[in-house]
Design a protein around this ligand. Structure first.
Ligand code: UDP
Ligand code: GLC
Length: 412
């Protein structure tokens, strides 16, 4: 059913850092779940120095998080539209057409009282940009995806190409890899797709009071006195948890904790992981921890942080978080990851989808604790220098303000 309700507007007070010239912004995100795109929107919406609101196309825990930060939130849910998956075919789009039309109108109606429309996900892009003739607002799109055929169906790619050319005023990509995929798809000029990497709350990840590993493991019911690898992130086949399980089978002394849940209809994959673990005989060395709110503490409870995506990861917040937590990180060398990890310097890169290479890298890190500590130290410094929330907010603010200023100049 179609709903549009100002859910809770906890406070319309603006943060102390009010930038008087900042344009008012309607942020739109399709998900109520807590994924990386949603985590990246939180500090931006929370600190935006002018009137702002987040319009969510699905309800979920993201709404409560935003409200707890004092961000006004509205909901525009359409069950038929929420069911469309990013790689889905033409027919499911057709069946959802009436719902799509309603969401396009709702977003446009909302956008009318703001200067800028900031679209944070694929569906937000499509519906927000399709409504441009109705709202006529400047559109900023934060691209969080590698727009390749592995990630997206042909129809979605076609629509994105068209909207990028004709409706979006300013694109910002979460990595060079995401930017390049869009440049290839839409044939836009490289300078028209600037990159703003996500910022991570480094203080939360480096806080000293969570550094006693033994206490943390006891607290979380994790095995003590074992070498423990951690894989953090939602359970999804392209995130490659099955690759980590295969590596686990190759290393009889290794234990592994999977932190994260199946968020976007990936329950069958979660079940398959349990079956795979039983088949490989590794269930007694594997912990499914589910979704956790306290990522810094969980990361500090492990000896090594793994990232195992089998398809190019657009950015990979969990990699920077592992670095900020001061843990050695082994990550899949594809997508935006090489922009974060410099092999042998601040982490290790391995070939995606290769369990033997992953097991070998884990063994390297385990056998050389001094080297692992040095690399992790360098990684923490790097994360602090390159991926702070302040840097992220400054760059994003300039991008949004620049887009609005160009609109004002055009009108004058
Ligand atoms: N995350 C979390 N709890 C979990 C699993 C993940 O808070 O149990 C957070 C994690 O800290 C990170 C985000 O979810 O900030 C995942 O972002 P990432 O960019 O790594 O991947 P995405 O899911 O967006 O593809
Ligand atoms: C998306 C991507 C992830 C990225 C996040 C934040 O969810 O899958 O790689 O880190 O957005 O930009």
């Amino acid at each position: 059913m179609h709903t549009l309700a100002p859910v809770v507007v906890s406070s319309d007070e603006l943060p102390p850092s009010v930038r008087t010239n900042a344009p008012s912004v309607l942020f739109v995100d399709q998900s109520g779940q807590l994924g990386g795109a949603e985590f990246s929107l939180m500090p931006l919406a929370a600190t935006w120095g002018a009137r702002r609101e987040v319009l969510l196309l699905s309800d979920g825990p993201f709404r409560a998080r935003l409200e707890s930060l004092g961000v006004p939130v509205s909901l525009a849910c359409e069950a038929s539209v929420s069911g469309i998956r990013k790689d889905s075919l033409r027919l499911s789009w057709l069946a959802a057409l009436p719902g799509i039309v309603r969401q396009v109108r709702t977003i446009a109606q909302h956008a009318k009282s703001f200067d800028v429309l900031f679209l944070n996900t694929q569906k937000a892009l499509v519906f927000g940009a399709l409504g441009k003739p109705l709202h006529r607002k400047r559109i900023v799109w934060y691209l969080h995806d590698v727009m390749s055929s592995e990630h997206f169906g042909p129809l979605q790619r076609l629509v994105v190409r068209w909207l990028t050319r004709y409706a979006v005023d300013h694109v910002v990509a979460n990595s060079r890899a995401s930017a390049e995929s869009l440049i290839t798809l839409a044939h836009c000029a490289p300078e028209d797709v600037p990159v703003v990497h996500n910022g991570i709350d480094l203080e939360a990840f480096s806080r000293a009071d969570t550094s006693d590993m033994a206490t943390l493991r006891r607290q979380f019911g994790l095995p003590e006195n074992v070498y423990l690898a951690g894989l953090f992130g939602r359970l999804a086949s392209w995130k490659g948890q099955h690759i980590a399980l295969e590596a686990l089978a190759r290393m009889p002394d290794l234990h592994l904790v999977l932190v994260g849940s199946a968020m976007f209809g990936e329950e069958a994959y979660e079940k398959a992981l349990h079956e795979q673990a039983a088949r490989l005989g590794v269930s007694d060395r594997l912990i499914f921890a589910g979704f956790r709110d306290d990522m810094p503490a969980w990361m500090k409870a492990v000896d090594v942080v793994l990232h195992t995506s089998t398809e190019p990861e657009p950015f990979g917040r969990v990699i920077v978080e592992g670095m900020a937590a001061g843990r050695p990180v082994i990550a899949s060398a594809a997508g935006g990851v090489p922009e974060i990890v410099n092999h042998g310097c601040n982490g290790w890169l391995v070939e995606p989808g290769n369990p033997a290479a992953l097991a070998e890298a884990i063994e390297t890190v385990r056998r050389a604790p001094d080297l692992a500590r040095d690399v992790a130290c360098r990684a923490r410094d790097d994360a602090a220098q390159r991926f702070s929330v302040d840097t992220y907010l400054n760059r994003m603010t300039s991008a949004i303000a620049g887009c609005a200023a160009r609109a004002r100049a055009r009108k004058a």
